[in-house]
Design a protein around this ligand. Structure first.
Ligand code: NAD
Length: 325
């Protein structure tokens, strides 16, 4: 992180929605480690966990509001005295959105709109950084993915994330709202939960290694992803808070800029854990994209983003954390 940002963090108050979740709690930890003036979390604990923020509850510069972004007043109240917002709260997972599109839409679209309205009304808030998604590239076959060329969404989840970007753009034009969207590509790391029907692939693989039970690989395992260690996503948020005005009201790919197949990922994890195990191949999942690789030059140029932790190092760090839990 740039030295100048440490100084700015110490002078600023932050609201992290979804701060009890995976990415949000990592961001909270980094902001508190940099002596932020105030860090407030708004989370309804639907997919996040109190234990992710438990270590911070006693800190005088930390506040937790248990509340729901589907309620406008809750969003308005949470923004009192805040300079910068990182809006991470959403229901993730493509399969979840296919099973229950109404709830995914209510949280990811109506909740997002509430946050935008609350930010627009609040004169103190300087910028809202928000979690966009690589799912927005949808059926586009173009590789690497460049921000300006997207396809059609392949799931209700992807629709919600695309609508977020459209609303952010329209709010900039209609009300002068300042936002930055970060299109995360398969983020992984400590605090990512292996629990529930909609867990992501890396914690699922790690749980399988820990339990000595063969994990499922959907399809032939040759689908590729640009896996991104969470520290890179956290630093992208911090860079985005303080980036120059000409970087505002854009979306950015946040990734490593390298792709590996799910089969390679499984192999890499076995190496990190020093365990050998066969995976079980099951049918592909509807709505999943085949290949994903990001062009990260826009984030490098305009946000000063640099993916400091590469996949191999990130997998080892994540396994070391996971095996201790
Ligand atoms: N993890 C990834 O690879 C990835 C990739 C692309 C985009 N994203 C996006 O990044 C953001 C964070 O994802 P994550 O992986 O940390 O997920 P997560 O589920 O761990 O965190 C989301 C948090 O939002 C909270 N939340 C959900 N609904 C809420 C509501 N109605 N009101 C208040 N809080 C609510 C949850 O309790 C949880 O703590 C999400 O917007 C997600 O769509 C994640």
């Amino acid at each position: 992180m740039k030295e100048i940002y440490k100084h700015k963090i110490a002078q600023s108050s932050f609201l992290i929605t979804g701060g009890a979740g995976f990415i949000g709690s990592n961001l909270v930890e980094q902001l508190l480690a940099s002596d932020a003036k105030k860090v407030r979390v708004l989370d309804n604990l639907s997919t996040g966990y109190l234990y992710n923020i438990e270590p911070f509850l006693q800190k005088p510069n930390f506040e937790f509001i248990e509340g729901d972004i589907r309620d406008l007043k809750t969003c308005q109240d949470a923004l009192q005295g805040i300079d910068y917002v990182s809006h991470q709260a959403a229901l993730g997972s493509v399969p979840r959105s296919i099973n229950d599109p109404i709830t995914s839409n209510a949280v990811n679209v109506s909740g997002f709109l509430n946050m935008l309205v609350a930010v627009k009304e609040n004169t103190q808030v300087k910028r809202m950084v928000y979690a966009a998604s690589s799912s927005t590239y949808g059926d586009s076959k173009v590789l690497p993915k460049v921000e300006e060329t997207i396809g059609k969404p392949l799931s209700p989840y992807a629709v919600t994330k695309l609508v977020n970007e459209i609303y952010a753009d329209v709010f900039a034009k209609s009300y002068g709202t300042d936002t930055i969207g970060l299109r995360y590509f398969n983020v992984f790391g400590p605090n990512q939960s292996p629990n529930g029907a909609y867990a992501a692939v890396i914690p699922l693989f790690m749980q399988a290694l820990k339990d000595g039970q063969s994990p499922n690989i959907h399809g032939d395992g040759e689908q590729t992803r640009d896996f991104t260690f969470v520290t890179n996503a956290v630093n992208a948020n911090i860079n985005a808070f303080f980036a120059e005005t000409d970087a505002a009201n854009h979306v950015y790919n946040i990734a490593c800029g390298e792709r590996i197949s799910v089969n390679q990922l499984w192999k890499g994890l076995q190496q990190a854990a020093n365990i050998v195990m066969e995976a079980t191949y099951v049918p592909p999942r509807p709505g999943d994209v085949r290949d994903s690789l990001a062009d990260i030059s826009k984030a490098k140029n305009l946000l000063g983003y640099h993916p400091e932790v590469k996949v191999k190092e990130g997998l080892q760090k994540t396994w070391d954390w996971f095996s201790r839990e």
